[in-house]
Ligand binder design. Structure first.
Ligand SMILES: [Zn+2]
Length: 310
């Protein structure tokens, strides 16, 4: 039996990117399970949500967006610190880069290690990695809520912290009038969860409760298709919660009886594979989902992978 290729290192087939107009001046770009991005038009400016892995990758997205609007990017909102969502930031020319305060701390603490880790795990997303000028630093941070007045009768865009989840500093972007939610990696729609930096219990309970309480009618998750309608939004949140609940139960039971990491991996993988095994990045993520070391490095990634998937 051949060993499984490390993480997503063998996933080299180009994904098709689809630009969707969610409402007047509200855009999402999805890509068959690759990280989603979005944009919201203000009266005379743009807010972009997520930055992709490199400036060159981001420029492709911006070229698509420029077919719709030539307004300058005033705000770049980053939902959390992960490299594949932030390192393309320089392409946007944004005056203001907004994150949660905790995200700034995570970038300082582990941004460099995460860059190397994610590059090895998902090399295809790092289109022309030499175009990355360095770590991305926010120029504005907040702890609970940050409201952007879109002007011209377009209402507000509300950036909101819902509690610890996929990382310690995830935020969502919410358009209350249109009931459109950009959930970042706090919600996945038909894509597997990555929980290597996660606070599983908080995420599965209060954090997802607060996301659900927004009662979105349209939801753009971190990966996967756009969810249209209240039922589809609830299903995406429900799937995310179920994935976490199963992991908590399976890994918790092995831990309780003093089992090994391999046993915990086998139990969680076995319980989730029938429902989620064919979804994007499932096999890639699972070995990194079982325990939460303080910081993932490229070297630690390999050791865990070889132990559990090799
Ligand atoms: Zn992430």
């Amino acid at each position: 039996m051949a060993d499984k290729a490390f993480a997503s290192s063998a996933d080299l087939a180009e994904k098709e990117q689809t630009l969707e107009l969610l409402a007047d001046g509200v855009y999402a770009l999805t890509a068959e399970g690759d990280p989603n991005v979005g944009a919201i038009e203000g009266e005379d400016f743009l807010v972009c949500f997520e930055a992709m892995a490199t400036p060159i990758a981001a420029r492709r997205w911006l070229a698509r967006l420029r077919e719709q609007t030539d307004k300058p990017v005033r705000y770049l909102v980053l939902s959390h610190y992960h490299a594949v969502r932030v390192l393309g930031a320089s392409a946007f020319g944004a005056g203001i880069i907004v994150t949660h305060e905790k995200t700034r701390e995570l970038i300082a603490e582990r941004g460099r290690a995460d860059w190397e880790s994610e590059y090895a795990r998902m090399p295809r997303l790092f289109r022309e990695p030499s175009s990355i000028p360095g770590l991305t630093w926010p120029t504005a941070t907040f702890t609970d809520r940050f409201t952007i007045d879109l002007g011209g009768g377009r209402g507000d865009l509300v950036l909101q912290y819902c509690g610890r989840g996929h990382t310690e500093g995830d935020i969502v972007a919410w358009l209350p009038e249109q009931q459109i939610l950009f959930g970042g990696d706090l919600v996945e729609a038909q894509a597997a969860l990555y929980t290597g930096d996660a606070f599983h219990r908080d995420w599965a309970a209060g954090t997802l409760d607060r996301v659900a309480a927004l009662a979105a009618e349209t939801l753009v998750g971190g990966r996967g298709a756009v969810a249209y309608g209240a039922d589809a939004c609830a299903a995406a949140i429900g799937q995310t919660r179920h994935f976490l609940d199963v992991m908590l139960a399976e890994v918790g039971a092995v831990h309780e009886r003093g089992g090994t990491l391999s046993e915990a991996f086998a139990a969680a993988h076995g319980a989730l594979a029938s429902r989620y095994g064919r979804w994007p990045i499932f096999e890639h993520c699972m070995p990194f989902n079982i325990e939460r070391p303080r910081i993932w490095t490229a070297q630690r990634d390999r050791e865990v992978w070889d132990e559990l998937q090799g």
